[in-house]
Design a binder for this molecule. Structure first.
Ligand SMILES: Cc1cc2nc3c(=O)[nH]c(=O)nc-3n(C[C@H](O)[C@H](O)[C@H](O)COP(=O)(O)O)c2cc1C
Length: 379
């Protein structure tokens, strides 16, 4: 089983991810992890924290001479903005955060809650995902995450070749596939900042080159759609997850939803084994298993909760009404969310990959991948 946990507080000394069940023998490039960490810190609309932090991953265990050992891999991202010991508690909980509920549940300070609830922790979720992506890429599986809607404005683009669309995304300060729309979106973010308000949006992840049969229909908690939804929903501020057509599927008749099956023997060497689909409304998953088509996941991110023009709250000491506390904050982190969602989806796909093909060593995985495809082509 490939899995991970994280530890660390927003303004604590460090953030840690422990990745367990990673196969032995894969060359690991930590610079590729740093690229994702830098992307997570970027995107137009971020606050002052990102100017302080310059995230870099340190591998503490599990990699030797540039290759995975097959033992647990501990990843660290040190907080430059370490100041937890000097920080005071908040007395006016911020709506949209776990401040009030956490202080009551744990019968303690708000600071205890916000330090761990903060999305700063996603730095190491991204690090774990960026590690897992190297396993996917070894098997020719590619992922791409991007923004498709921001502040209610559609910035989506028709699907095209993944590598070309990655170039487009990397030109965009919003991380959309339509960099020509950046100026319009940046103005929207600037105007919202001036008004003391915040913005949300929708991000999409596409995964291509998937084999048949990652995940399984046999048990509810092993279905890959469910596992992806859990991983994505567990990202701070994500309030909705769709696979393929998602909610739109509920509004159409069946013939406008399900993807006809066509066989083309000339494409037998493709991951889809020649079973092509003129549409991909299922988003690459049927009955909790990958069906050889690209995986399409969308996530809705709510606007940042901490407002420069704070909403009403209550002082927990005096019980009198007062404006919510303000802590340094982003105005819009939808671009960053696209990086986080891309990497947490990648991790779940990698976990399903090792379940199908084993996780002792890359050599064994390669052999099992080959045998499975030989057998499947004859099915
Ligand atoms: C990349 C990213 C950055 C975020 N930055 C902030 C921020 O600066 N200020 C803030 O109030 N919330 C921020 N959030 C959202 C909060 O972490 C989140 O809303 C809060 O922990 C409550 O959790 P929930 O929204 O999942 O219920 C951010 C979320 C993400 C994904």
């Amino acid at each position: 089983m490939l899995r991970y946990w994280t530890a660390g507080e927003s303004h604590g000394k460090t953030l840690l991810a422990m990745v367990d069940g990673f196969p032995a023998g894969l060359p690991i490039n930590t610079e590729l992890i740093d690229v994702e960490l830098r992307r997570r810190q970027g995107g137009y609309g971020r606050g002052g924290r990102q100017r302080i932090e310059t995230d870099r991953v340190e591998v503490l265990t599990g990699i030797w001479k540039g290759q995975s050992l097959g033992s647990p891999i501990a990843l660290q991202v040190v907080n430059r903005d370490y100041k937890l010991e000097r920080l005071d508690d908040l007395d006016r909980p911020r709506p949209g955060h776990g401040d009030l509920t956490g202080a009551i549940k744990f019968l303690g300070p708000i600071r205890n809650i916000l330090e761990r609830a903060s999305a700063r922790e996603t730095a190491v979720r991204v690090a774990a995902g960026a590690l897992a992506r190297q396993l996917l890429e070894h098997f020719g599986i590619q992922t791409l995450g991007y923004v498709v809607e921001l502040g209610g404005v559609d910035v989506s683009a028709p699907a095209g070749p993944l590598a070309k669309q990655k170039e487009q995304r990397d030109k965009s300060e919003i991380y959309s596939l339509a960099p020509a729309r950046d100026a319009e979106i940046k103005t929207l973010i600037d105007d919202t900042r001036k008004a003391g308000d915040t913005l949300g949006g929708v991000v999409e992840v596409r995964v291509e080159g998937l084999p048949f049969g990652l995940g399984t229909h046999t048990q509810w908690d092993l279905k890959l759609d469910g596992r992806i939804a859990q991983a994505v929903m567990a990202v701070q501020a994500i309030k909705g997850v769709e696979i393929g057509l998602g909610f739109e599927a509920a509004r159409r008749v069946g013939s406008q939803v399900h993807d006809p099956i066509v066989y083309d023997a000339a494409q037998i060497d493709q991951p889809h084994l020649g079973y092509t689909r003129p549409t991909n409304n299922a988003g690459g998953l049927e009955a909790g298993m990958t069906n050889g088509q690209p995986l399409i996941v969308r996530a809705a991110k709510k606007p940042i909760s901490t407002l420069a023009q704070p909403l009403g709250s209550v002082n927990l000491k005096t019980k009198t009404s007062d404006a919510a506390a303000y802590e340094r904050s982003d105005v819009c982190a939808v671009s960053a969310a696209s990086v986080i969602v891309e990497n947490v989806v990648a991790f779940e796909v990698a976990a399903a990959l090792v379940e199908k093909f084993g996780n002792d060593s890359i050599t064994e995985m390669e052999a099992r991948w080959r045998v499975f495809h030989e057998l499947a082509r004859k099915r």
